[in-house]
Write a protein that binds this ligand. Structure first.
Ligand code: HEM
Length: 521
């Protein structure tokens, strides 16, 4: 009741008593609900066309609200179950908007890649489109067109393998520093939660490359501020996070919706000056960084463009990697035999070559690379990647994907498809042996040639994929060459997810990380 009282006290309604105002608001809301219900029902009928297979509507759909209140605590868990009950493609209704999720790799590939010309758009959502991407001016939430092409070309330029090479020694150093911190914290406290150390490592990797500066440790206030900004961005990017996208009348009653309009605006008001300051600081920094790379290139970025570009890279290029590596560590606690095999393979390479492997030598440490890949298959870092939108009515395999519907691949379901992956529930790095093809090769090409979906699809495929591969490879090999991961009496929970919006996070866990007695580094 308190926010309601506060709301009515804060608005200026000189001609109405509060009770009158409350009645008016109720009547207005009821009218809006009835009007929207009418439009919702009639709109739905117009999408039905003869001779087409009906995409099943997921269960627990209610008039007007659709599934908005049926998604549960972890929407991906609910949607995965709906796929099991209703099949590989389902329709979810959020107010008047239609969200179609796909759990079948072949259908997903056809929809997003074969028909990429129609499906490489992004839905217009309040936070991602209007605020985070400044009205569609960044890569992730811009629509195909001139600005998006420029941004994508700039990303392709700074993330091409040749450019990634320039930062390898920096990535390696960050890995060495993180391992030392893991040892220090274990020595001090007996055990350590690796997640924030991984976040610091990967945030430093991308932040260092963007701006030529890094954060000291996990208590560093600037690190905490930046990591909280990234976490909030990931939270608000989730489809279900902001109901005003589906019930626009809620914009007038922000307090009913958790104050999301205020919170997202505040977040972006904080981002702009902070990133402007980081960009300005790079002028005086020695060495190469992405801001300088953009300045030197012909892409013609204004300072505001750079804020959008860099903040997107920091958000997209840090947490996903930490989440993937955190799941890997959680899994190693459960499967010590996998860890032993990883140690043996790496030790053999190091003894033979007198150094750790480079990422282009992944075929020489195939089990190690396969384990990184299996960790991402088994627990994809995101629930739905980034959702796409279809620009015109599209029929694929007899299913109608209506114009403007939001479409997503359900990552967990795609990677648990038994026709695509044998015994998918089993964590088994051997499934990716002996093929040590790059992540890019694994995520592109014909359906029968690809065996990962975690980096998305076709024209929208993650442009940071080469960088992601390098960072995952060097961080993991550095850790495994030096560290022994031992569980505490409580093993990490592998089956419960922590809600964080867009990402699939493990529940917090502790692990003992010590220097391996027989380490050869
Ligand atoms: C484990 C690490 C990563 C994962 C799992 C991941 C996953 C994804 C996914 C699923 C998408 C959406 C693709 C689609 O819409 O079909 C995406 C897009 C994107 N990623 Fe990544 N990513 C990772 C790392 C990175 C890194 C390191 C960067 C750059 C620093 C990056 C930058 C981007 C950008 C800019 C987009 C938007 C592309 C567009 O909309 O055209 N990502 N990523």
């Amino acid at each position: 009741m308190e926010p309601t009282t506060h709301f009515f006290e804060s608005i200026k309604l000189p001609h109405f008593e509060k009770e009158q105002a409350l009645r008016i608001v109720s009547i207005a809301t009821a009218t809006a609900v009835l009007y929207q219900s009418y439009r919702y029902i009639t709109a739905d009928k117009t999408t039905k066309k003869p001779g087409l297979k009906e995409i099943p509507v997921a269960p627990s759909c209610y008039p007007y609200v659709g599934h908005a209140f049926s998604l549960g605590r972890i929407p991906s868990d609910t949607i995965r179950q709906w796929h099991k009950d209703c099949g590989p493609v389902i329709k979810i209704k959020l107010g008047r908007r239609v969200w179609i999720t796909i759990a079948d790799p072949a259908l997903a590939h056809k929809v997003f890649v074969t028909h990429g010309a129609q499906t490489s758009y992004r839905p217009h959502l309040n936070f991602s489109h209007k605020l985070f991407s400044g009205g569609g001016k960044n890569i992730g939430f811009g629509q195909p067109g001139e600005i998006w092409n420029r941004n994508r070309a700039a990303a392709a330029y700074i993330f091409q393998p040749k450019q990634v090479e320039k930062y390898i020694s920096f990535i390696k150093k960050e890995g060495v520093d993180m391992v030392q911190r893991l040892f220090d914290y274990t020595e001090r406290d007996g055990t350590v939660d690796p997640f924030y150390h991984l976040k610091l490592n990967y945030l430093n990797c991308i932040f260092g490359k963007c701006f030529g500066r890094t954060f000291k440790n996990i208590e560093d206030e600037e690190f905490l501020e930046m990591t909280s900004m990234v976490e909030n961005i990931m939270k608000y990017l989730a489809m279900e996070s902001d109901l005003t996208n589906y019930f626009p009348f809620l914009e007038r009653f922000d307090f009913l919706n958790g104050g999301i309009i205020n919170k997202t605006q505040e977040l972006m008001d904080k981002r702009h000056p902070l990133f402007m300051q980081y960009i300005a600081e790079t002028e005086s920094k020695e060495g190469h960084n992405y801001v300088k790379a953009l300045n030197e290139s012909e892409f013609d970025f204004s300072d505001d463009d750079k804020v959008l570009f860099m903040s997107e890279m920091v958000a997209a290029g840090s947490d996903n990697l930490a989440i993937a590596t955190n799941w890997l560590i959680a899994m190693l606690c459960h499967q010590p035999e996998v860890q032993t095999k990883l140690h043996q393979e790496l030790d053999l390479f190091i003894s033979t070559h007198g150094r750790l492997p480079e990422s282009h030598e992944r075929a020489n440490v195939p089990y190690c690379f396969a384990t990184i890949r299996e960790a991402m298959r088994w627990r994809s870092p995101t629930f739905f990647g980034i959702s796409h939108s279809v620009i015109e009515d599209l029929v694929v395999d007899g299913y109608l994907f209506p114009k403007d519907s939001i479409i997503s691949g359900d990552m967990m379901s795609l990677h648990m498809d038994p026709t695509f992956y044998e015994n998918p529930e089993e964590f088994n790095p051997d499934r990716f042996l002996p093929n040590a093809k790059s992540l890019h090769a694994a995520a592109t090409g014909k359906l029968e040639e690809r065996d990962t979906f975690v980096f998305g699809f076709g024209r929208r495929l993650c442009p940071g994929i080469h960088l992601a591969e390098a960072e995952l490879f060097y961080t993991t090999t550095q850790m495994l060459a030096s560290c022994l991961f031992e569980p505490t009496s409580e093993l990490p929970d592998l089956n419960t997810f922590r809600y964080s919006g867009n990402n699939i996070l493990a529940m917090p866990f502790q692990v003992k990380i010590t220097k391996r007695a027989n380490s050869v580094v």
